[in-house]
Ligand binder design. Structure first.
Ligand SMILES: *Cc1c(COP(=O)(O)O)cnc(C)c1O
Length: 365
């Protein structure tokens, strides 16, 4: 295929799911995080495949992402990590399950569920144990238990928290303090509830680094897509997404000629330059311009020259035997996304989710 495309390898997804599942203690279940279009891949294709494999739950950041899953027929429960009062109607309509993370959002959702005659609507209680992003604080458990006594509109499906640095062993003490705090919170809540919600605190890195934090369920995002935060783990996982394009045109430059906007690149000698149909509107940051980033053509690295344009970029192919129409790889199983991301002080998560919706998604098996 001679267009810019993101290939999505569902066999790789199956491999990663099975690999991570095998890292879990018996009976620990997996919640697949498919927010942000499935980390930039295709949330619906990914979720349909994982549902077939028997994943326990899905989670998304925003309600619209959950609604999109329902529209393609996903029937598994879906946790919405960041529900917002404006989105409560869609949450109810699509049977999505909100994370309640503050007294304000708890009261508003409880009132909304009551007003819509709900009974035992599943909700998830999120606690802040140190990330200081979203979550109730530990000293609010008494208030929460009081409110739960007074309502039949909602019922707690799970209690959870999120780790700030599970990928960073230099923060081991901090992570352990988060796990201790979560254990304290779940003890005080569960001892006073008549039923038992499931518990979860781990993301991908915690599965690997903190088996003691697996509780009942783990929330896995980046690992499913093939990245693990350490080179050792990356070797065991398989990248799901591969970003590829093609050469649109080749120019030859004489010494002193320039390339692209603002003449940011000036040829120091004879050069061959290829123009590629991918730009910052497709997710290739301008930060990759002027030699920071590169693509791979027939196995050789071609550095980006000049500024990345909105719809195109130019690479130096002086030393590469290639022609117009040839295939170009930005990242795939061999061309490391992690190495590319590091050139602009970024990480796999950011480069993956930046691939814009203009780029055609192609499922491969
Ligand atoms: C994104 C997210 C995850 C997934 O994290 P990974 O590092 O991608 O596994 C888990 N939990 C919450 C609350 C998240 O926001």
């Amino acid at each position: 295929m001679a267009v810019t495309r993101l290939e999505i390898d569902l066999n790789a997804l199956r491999h990663n799911y099975t690999y991570l599942k095998n890292k879990l203690k018996p009976d620990v279940k997996m919640m697949a995080v498919v927010k942000a279009f499935g980390y930039g891949s295709d949330a619906c294709e990914v979720a349909l495949e994982l549902e077939k494999m028997g994943v326990f739950y899905f989670s998304v950041a925003y309600a619209s992402e959950g609604a999109a899953l329902r529209e393609v027929g996903i029937t598994s429960p879906i946790l919405v990590l960041h529900p917002q009062p404006d989105n409560f109607p869609i949450i109810l309509e699509k049977c999505l399950e909100p994370s309640l993370y503050s007294s304000r959002i708890f009261n508003e959702f409880n009132a909304f569920a009551k007003a819509h005659s709900q009974q035992n609507y599943p909700v998830h209680l999120k606690f802040n144990t140190g990330l200081n992003r979203l979550g109730f604080s530990e000293n609010e458990t008494g208030w929460i238990l009081d409110q739960l006594q007074k309502t039949t509109a909602i019922k707690v499906a799970s209690v959870f928290s999120h780790l700030a640095a599970s990928d960073d062993l230099a923060e081991d003490n901090f992570t352990k303090s988060q796990i201790r705090a979560f254990n304290g919170i779940q003890d005080s809540l569960l001892s006073k509830l008549a039923y038992r919600p499931f518990l979860h605190q781990s993301n991908t890195s915690a599965i690997i680094n903190y088996p003691e934090a697996q509780f009942d369920v783990v929330r896995t995002g980046i690992g499913l897509y093939g990245y693990g935060n350490t080179p050792e783990e990356d070797k065991m996982l398989r990248p799901v997404a591969a970003l590829k394009t093609t050469i649109s045109q080749i120019h030859t430059l004489q010494k002193g000629e320039s390339v692209g906007y603002n003449r940011a690149h000036i040829a120091s000698a004879f050069q061959r330059i290829a123009t590629l149909p991918i730009g910052h509107a497709d997710g290739i940051s301008r930060a990759f311009g002027n030699g920071k980033g590169y693509v791979v053509i027939h196995g050789s690295k071609a550095p980006i020259v000049g500024n990345v344009c909105m719809d195109m970029l130019m690479v130096n192919i002086t030393d590469i035997d290639c022609q117009e129409g040839d295939d170009v790889v930005i990242f795939d199983k061999e061309v490391s996304l992690v190495a590319l991301a590091s050139k602009i002080q970024s990480i796999s998560y950011e480069i993956l989710t930046a691939v814009s919706q203009r780029v055609k998604r192609v499922v491969v098996r």
